[in-house]
Ligand binder design. Structure first.
Ligand SMILES: [Zn+2]
Ligand SMILES: [Zn+2]
Length: 134
């Protein structure tokens, strides 16, 4: 006898038999249904933006973001769809972060590097001795 592997569905919390999608059948159905709704709306309205698509289909914007992030809806085909910056949630269409956040992070990294370099200049001798003692 094989034991059925069950888990709580991460989307609705119901106990379900584990499968490749890691969602219960009801959630898979609703996911497919929502995707099809978005897909067919976009077929007629290629230039729809996220909010319009959400209003027209009744699919939540966060689920639409999911479709885009999973590359089920391709930004290359829909000029006004977007996903959000991983840091500040601003709408973007390329990279993981918006230009502002990328700029800020590069600056922070450079600052850290500078600080590290200064620390090394000041304390190399001491740090080496320190390490030998341990
Ligand atoms: Zn579920
Ligand atoms: Zn950002």
């Amino acid at each position: 006898m094989t034991l059925l592997k069950v888990a709580n569905c991460p989307s609705c919390g119901k106990v379900f038999q584990k499968n490749l999608r890691n969602l219960c059948q009801a959630c898979i159905d609703s996911y497919e249904h929502d995707f099809n709704a978005c897909y067919s709306y976009l077929r007629d309205h290629r230039k729809a933006a996220n909010a319009e698509l959400s209003n027209a289909t009744g699919v939540s914007e966060s689920r639409i973001l999911g479709f885009i992030k999973e590359n089920k809806l391709l930004l290359s085909q829909y000029p006004n769809l977007h996903y959000t910056c991983g840091s500040c949630r601003k709408p973007i269409r390329q990279n993981q972060l918006c230009a502002d956040c990328r700029c800020r992070i590069t600056r922070d990294i450079n600052l850290l590097k500078e600080q590290e370099a200064k620390k090394l200049e000041r304390g190399t001798g001491f740090q080496i001795r320190d390490r030998f003692q341990r």
